[in-house]
Design a protein around this ligand. Structure first.
Ligand code: SF4
Length: 185
């Protein structure tokens, strides 16, 4: 994806009103990082601070992610950061199935354009969306799987939602290790 294409893509996200989540947003939050990256990190939704700043993974959850990247001697510019939905849901509720479906076009386009070797699924919603089955992150974090479509193949690494570490600090090291290992490969 060229820089110009990324700009057009992100402009389309910023002006999107395809689902009800646009009604309460401050702004839609596109992606961040390099479209040439080998690793794509995917969350389910943007957070409260992301909505204010206009960039993904701000605040404490963002610190968890930045620590993980630093452990692999990487920065945000060495990976591609994105979410399945791009508008902050009221009171941080989970995105609903129809909202995930309506926003999927943006993620699908990014997946095709970035063509990553590895996708890090940050949490249950993302892992289930990619693997097409129920996932227990508690049981499956750190595991690797193959994501296959007719035109695309990548390895999926399952780990916790980075936001989980803001409630359970013991997860911080687990997430950092699993993200770092995925990014270093
Ligand atoms: S969440 Fe996605 S589909 Fe819904 S309005 Fe925002 S950008 Fe559009």
């Amino acid at each position: 994806m060229s820089d110009m294409d990324i700009d057009e893509h992100n402009d389309e996200i910023r002006s999107c009103t395809r689902c009800r989540l646009h009604e309460n947003r401050t702004q839609a939050v596109p992606n961040q990082g390099s479209a040439d990256a080998d690793t794509m990190l995917v969350g389910k939704m943007v957070g409260y601070k992301d909505d204010k700043v206009g960039l993904p993974y701000q605040g404490e959850a963002g610190n968890v992610l930045d620590d993980a990247l630093e452990r692999a001697d990487k920065t945000r510019q060495d990976v591609f950061l994105t979410n399945l939905t791009r508008c902050y849901p009221p009171e941080s509720r989970n995105p609903r199935a129809d909202e995930l479906d309506r926003c999927a076009r943006f993620f699908d386009r990014e997946l095709e354009a970035v063509d990553p070797e590895t996708i890090v699924a940050l949490g249950k919603v993302v892992a289930e969306r990619l693997l097409g089955r129920d996932v227990s992150v508690e049981e499956e974090h750190g595991t690797r799987h193959t994501y296959n479509t007719l035109t695309f193949r990548a390895e999926v690494v399952v780990t916790y939602n980075v936001g989980a570490a803001t409630y359970d600090p013991s997860l911080r090291d687990v997430i950092a290790d699993e993200v770092a290992e995925a990014v270093e490969r």
